[in-house]
Each structure stands twice: as structure tokens, then as C-alpha cells.
Design a protein around this ligand. Structure first.
Ligand SMILES: Nc1ncnc2c1ncn2[C@@H]1O[C@H](COP(=O)(O)OP(=O)(O)OP(=O)(O)O)[C@@H](O)[C@H]1O
Length: 606
């Protein structure tokens, strides 16, 4: 280690100034929020498509309206012994035009809806990826996935409905206007029947909205639980816990079934009420019309045309009623999507406008000043007024018993968590002064799970790099961590997509993460328990890599193994959220009893 510069600061950090106390995690700063979903704005995104859809729908309605009038004309021609051909031809033309216009309009609306679902989904996913980690954990990955999939789908359908409703209303009104022209008394009877029907449907569909929210919440809960079970599948299998998992999942599914049944009950009422209302209107019109026909106040042709118009209102009235139900479902989904979009992202609101500070040349890599942090939902502080500093270069080991707060401290450096009290500085600047992206560009992070993205080995290696690495750089990094042959053996070498059928072993993943850190060329390398799955040979290799990294950078290792601690330049001893002492290994051995106890507990296990 002769070639490594002496650590800039190996003195113990200042003693805690504040009384350690549990400080709740602060609410994340209100960030630049993703705009909420607004249906009107969404509908206006493609004005030409929307206008085309509207024009086609109006054409379809007009063609449908013309049909009964043409029937009336044909009946007239028939009784007047005139040729039926012109009337029949016009009727065929109107029917075909109406059908074509209706199909095209429907497709345009579906296209607008799909566009909206796409925009919404991408916005939801992008927003979820930028949420603070504690928020994502608290919400649950499955729950968030349900919003992106199921809720976005429901909401996409709303566009179609939101357009169909005014069109159907327009069609009903236009038909009623023609009906008034034919016979106002029969129209009044029809309107009375329809008003009764509308009132009933409104009451039902209102209740449906709350029910849909309940159903979507239940879907989210199942998705969350099932995802968590799949992630823990090895444990479930190892402990034969399938029946337990089955039971809990079945309880969630039962809850969803119960909520859905309430929805089905409400949903089943709608067509029943519609049929009843239509039959009621028909009977009322036939009875009144029959009486007026007998009294000579109405002609047969006019009565036939009126009945046809009445029949024609049925699909539009049905569209209004069922569409209103679907609209309520969509609005419930919109509320759930907006609830997600309203969560503040982890970046500060002015992040994009800020320039990254220039690292202070002589400042330590990291300084904690009386930092406290309490994980959401817990009462005990994971860190209590912790103060320490990490020299600009060299290997710093953070040690301490399990639960001492080591990983929490590392997460605070990467600003995955925000301090509840105190301050964290990186390269001479408070982390709040750094734009988040610039701060993280200064760091490479290897976490406990050695997470690989579901992407090619090449992409995984290059994460965090400003530019692409060339083949030689990649090969060198892989050779350094002893992975060259393993990657060569993959079916497509560096271009093999990792994560599913072509996964790496735990140790290989760890080394892959180290190769990534080598290629990232960051100022600060954060390693959380990086040797837990390495064999003797690879642990030796790991030490060499860390030595090499530490020549020009600060390498912070949360270490359990004595081997890592012994050759570190700087050791920070933590216990129960506090920094007990910080110095090099021999100094700590000589003066820090808890450190001595930790070391001897490890040596006695060897
Ligand atoms: N996501 C979390 N939610 C709630 N509490 C947490 C969370 N992560 C850690 N904690 C708690 O915070 C305290 C510190 O945990 P931390 O993981 O920082 O300790 P550690 O020193 O890294 O432990 P280990 O060596 O066992 O990994 C512990 O009491 C732990 O239970």
C-alpha cells in the first residue's frame, strides 16, 4: 500500500453535539411534479384526429336520423303507387355511409385512447422510477405496477367513453327534435319515460365509482403480495411455506371477489333498468299513439316513423347509461393515477436549473455532521447524531454490530435517504447543494443485493458511465475482476441479456458490480458488504481491486470481515446508530474497547 497517499483525515470525527433522538424522516421536498392527468387536456392532444372522429360520428348520426324519414317516404310512395327505387337507393346509401362513418369514428377514438394510455403509462413509470426509495418501499412494487398496468388501461378506455357520451346525448337530442316535429305528444311521453330511466341509472353509476376504487385497491394489494412472494420464492419453497402463501393470497383474492361482486350487482342493474325503461317508453308510446291513431290525430306513416325513431334512441340511451358507468370507473382510475403522480420526486424542484458545484480540492470525500435518521414507520433512530469524515482517497471501512446503522449511513451518502437532522457534505459541498444527478455521477454504488438490471452484460457494465466503454476497456475490467471467462461462456457473450434464464451466481454478480465500479471512474466508491459471497481467491482479488480503486478515490466499504478492516486506512466504528470511534485499525485496537470486542468476536469464530 506504499503507493497509496496517506488519508487526508484519519482523526476521529467531532463528538456528537446534539442529544441523539429519534427524528422522523422528513417529508421529501416538493419536487417538480409530473403533471396530473386531466381528461380535457388529454383529449385536446390530437385536435385533428378528434375533429375527424367527431365529424364522422356526426355523419353516422345524421345517416341514422335520415333512415326513418326515408322509411316514411317509402311508405308514402307505396300508398301513392309511386316507384320505390329512389327511396330504397337513398336508404341503402344512408345505411352504408352511416356504418362506415361509425366504424371509422370508433377507430379514431380508440386511437386517441391508446395514445393517452401510452402517454400516461410512460409518465407513471418515469415518475415511479424517480420517487424516493422509502416511498417506493412503503407503497410496494406490486401496487405501483398495478397502477401502471391496470389503472392506466381503465383510464385509456375513458377517452372513448368521454367522446361517446356527448355524441350519444347529441344523437338522442337530435332524434327527440325530429320526434317533436312528427308528434309532440308522443315525444312528451317518451321524454317522461327516459327521465325516469336516467334518474335510476345515475344513482347506480355514482355508487359504481367508489366500488371501482375499491376493486383497483384490491388488485394492487394482490399484485403487491404476489410480487413479494415471487421475490421470496426460494424461502417459501425451502420452508414449504406454499400453503401459508396460498392462504394469504386467497384472502386477498377473496377480498377482491367480494368488492367485485358488489360492483357486479350494481353493473347488472344497469341493463335491467335500461330494458325496463325502454319497454316502458315503448308501451306508453304504442298505447298513446294507438289512441291518437284511432282518433285520427296521427297518420300510419308518421306513427311508423315515430316508432322507428324511438327504436333508434335505444342504442344511444344504452350508450349513455353504460358509458356513464365506464366513465365513473375511468375517473376512479384517474384518481389513483393522480395519487401516484402527486407523490413528490426525490430530486429538488430546482434541480434541473442548478449547476453542479466544483469539488473543493482539499475537502474530505464525505463529512457527516451530527446526522440523524429514522426509517419511516420505525421509532428508533437508525442514526443518532452521527459524525465522521471519509478521506478523499484510500479505503475507509465502516464496521459495527448488525443494525448499527452502517448501510443507512451509506444510503445517506448516495442521497437515497435524506438526513432527518444534521448535514452530509460530499467533496466539500452539502449534498443539498448538489443536483441529484451530478451528485450520483460522482459515486459508484455496489449494494448488498448486487443488483443487475434485466439488460445485456455490456449495458450492465456500463451503467453510470458518461460515454460507452470500448471493447478493450470492458475486457480489461472483466479480467481484473476474474469474470472474463464466465462472460465468454454466456450464449451471446457480452450481449447476453442477464436476469432471467442467463443469470449469474451471487459471487459473479458481486464481481460484475465491482467491474462496473471500475469502469464508472467515480470519485467515491460505496461498497455495501461486498465480500459476503466471494470465495478466498476472489476475496483476494477483491482486495487488489479495492486497493487499485482507492489509489485515486475514496472507497467506503461496509465491512464485516476482518480481512477488509485490517488493511483499511481508516475505520469508522459504529454502534446503535452512533459513531463510537474512528481511526486506523491498530489505533482502534489499542483504544476502542467495542472495536476490540468486535475484532475478537471474529477471530474467535475463525
Ligand atoms: N428499510 C428499513 N425500514 C425500516 N427500518 C430499517 C430499514 N433499514 C434498516 N432499518 C433499521 O435501521 C437500523 C439500522 O439498519 P442498517 O441496515 O443501517 O444497519 P447495518 O449496520 O447496516 O446492519 P447489518 O450489518 O445487519 O446490515 C436497524 O435497526 C434496522 O432495523
Amino acid at each position: 500500500m506504499a503507493d497509496r497517499p496517506a488519508p487526508a483525515n484519519t482523526a476521529p470525527a467531532p463528538a456528537p453535539e446534539a442529544t441523539p433522538e429519534a427524528i422522523a424522516e422528513p417529508a421529501p421536498a416538493p419536487g417538480p411534479r409530473t403533471p396530473r392527468v386531466r381528461l380535457r387536456r388529454e383529449l385536446a392532444v390530437h385536435p385533428v384526429r378528434l375533429a375527424a372522429a367527431l365529424a364522422l360520428a356526426v355523419l353516422a348520426t345524421a345517416a341514422a336520423l335520415a333512415l326513418p324519414l326515408l322509411v316514411r317516404r317509402i311508405v308514402g310512395d307505396f300508398s301513392g303507387h309511386r316507384s320505390l327505387a329512389p327511396g330504397l337507393l337513398m336508404m341503402a346509401a344512408a345505411a352504408l355511409t352511416g356504418a362506415a362513418a361509425q366504424a371509422l369514428s370508433g377507430f379514431q377514438l380508440a386511437r386517441i385512447g391508446e395514445g393517452m394510455t401510452f402517454r400516461l403509462r410512460t409518465a407513471l413509470m418515469a415518475h415511479a422510477l424517480r420517487l424516493p426509495l422509502p416511498v417506493v418501499r412503503a407503497r410496494g412494487t406490486g401496487e405501483l405496477a398495478a397502477r401502471v398496468t391496470s389503472d392506466a388501461q381503465l383510464l385509456g378506455q375513458v377517452v372513448e367513453v368521454a367522446m361517446q357520451l356527448p355524441l350519444a346525448a347529441l344523437s338522442v337530442l337530435a332524434t327527440l327534435a325530429v320526434m317533436v316535429w312528427i308528434d309532440w305528444v308522443l315525444t312528451a311521453v317518451t321524454v317522461a319515460a327516459l327521465a325516469l330511466l336516467t334518474g335510476l341509472v345515475l344513482v347506480i353509476t355514482r355508487r359504481m365509482r367508489a366500488n371501482v376504487t375499491g376493486q383497483q385497491d384490491a388488485v394492487g394489494r394482490i399484485a403487491q403480495r404476489f410480487t413479494a412472494d415471487l421475490e421470496a420464492l426460494t424461502t417459501i419453497k425451502a420452508y414449504r411455506a406454499e400453503p401459508l402463501a396460498d392462504r394469504v393470497l386467497a384472502e386477498d383474492a377473496e377480498h377482491l371477489r367480494a368488492v367485485s361482486l358488489t360492483g357486479a350487482r350494481l353493473g347488472a342493474l344497469v341493463p335491467a333498468v335500461l330494458t325496463l325503461g325502454n319497454q316502458f317508453a315503448m308501451i306508453a308510446v304504442i298505447v298513446t299513439g294507438g289512441a291518437r291513431l284511432a282518433a285520427g290525430g296521427l297518420t300510419v306513416a308518421a306513427f311508423a316513423a315515430f316508432l322507428l325513431y324511438l327504436l333508434q334512441t335505444v342504442p344511444s340511451v344504452n350508450t349513455l347509461a353504460t358509458g356513464f358507468g365506464r366513465l365513473q370507473a375511468g375517473l376512479a382510475a384517474r384518481d389513483r393515477c393522480n395519487d401516484l403522480l402527486a407523490l413528490p420526486p426525490e430530486a429538488d424542484p430546482d434541480d434541473a436549473d442548478r449547476t453542479a458545484p466544483t469539488p473543493a480540492p482539499d475537502a474530505p470525500a464525505v463529512v457527516f455532521r451530527t446526522v440523524s435518521y429514522t426509517h419511516t414507520g420505525t421509532r428508533r433512530a437508525a442514526l443518532s447524531a452521527a459524525s465522521f469524515s471519509v478521506p478523499r482517497t484510500g479505503l475507509t471501512a465502516v464496521v459495527g454490530p448488525s443494525g448499527a446503522g452502517k448501510s443507512t449511513a451509506l444510503a445517506l451518502v448516495g442521497r437515497f435517504l435524506r438526513p432527518g437532522a444534521g448535514s452530509v457534505s460530499v467533496l466539500g459541498h452539502d449534498i443539498r447543494a448538489w443536483p441529484l444527478g451530478a451528485l450520483r455521477a460522482r459515486m459508484a454504488y455496489v449494494d448488498q443485493e448486487f443488483t443487475l438490471l434485466e439488460a445485456s452484460a455490456r449495458d450492465n457494465l456500463q451503467l453510470g458511465r458518461a460515454g460507452a466503454a470500448d471493447e478493450r476497456e470492458l475486457a480489461r475490467a472483466l479480467a481484473t475482476v476474474g469474470l472474463a471467462e464466465d462472460v465468454q461462456r454466456l450464449p451471446h457473450g457480452l450481449d447476453t441479456v442477464l436476469g432471467r434464464e442467463f443469470d449469474l451466481s451471487g459471487g459473479q454478480r458481486q464481481r460484475m458490480a465491482l467491474a462496473r465500479a471500475l469502469l464508472a471512474d467515480a470519485d467515491i466508491v460505496l461498497l455495501d458488504e461486498p465480500t459476503s459471497q466471494l470465495d478466498g481467491l476472489n476475496e483476494l482479488r477483491f482486495r487488489e481491486i479495492v486497493d487499485r480503486l482507492a489509489r485515486r478515490r475514496a472507497v467506503v466499504v461496509v465491512a464485516h470481515r476482518l480481512t477488509t478492516v485490517q488493511h483499511a486506512d481508516h475505520v469508522i466504528m459504529m454502534d446503535r446508530g452512533a459513531v463510537v470511534d474512528a481511526a486506523d485499525h491498530p489505533t482502534l485496537l489499542a483504544r476502542c474497547a467495542p472495536y476490540r470486542a468486535l475484532v475478537s468476536s471474529q477471530t474467535s469464530h475463525r
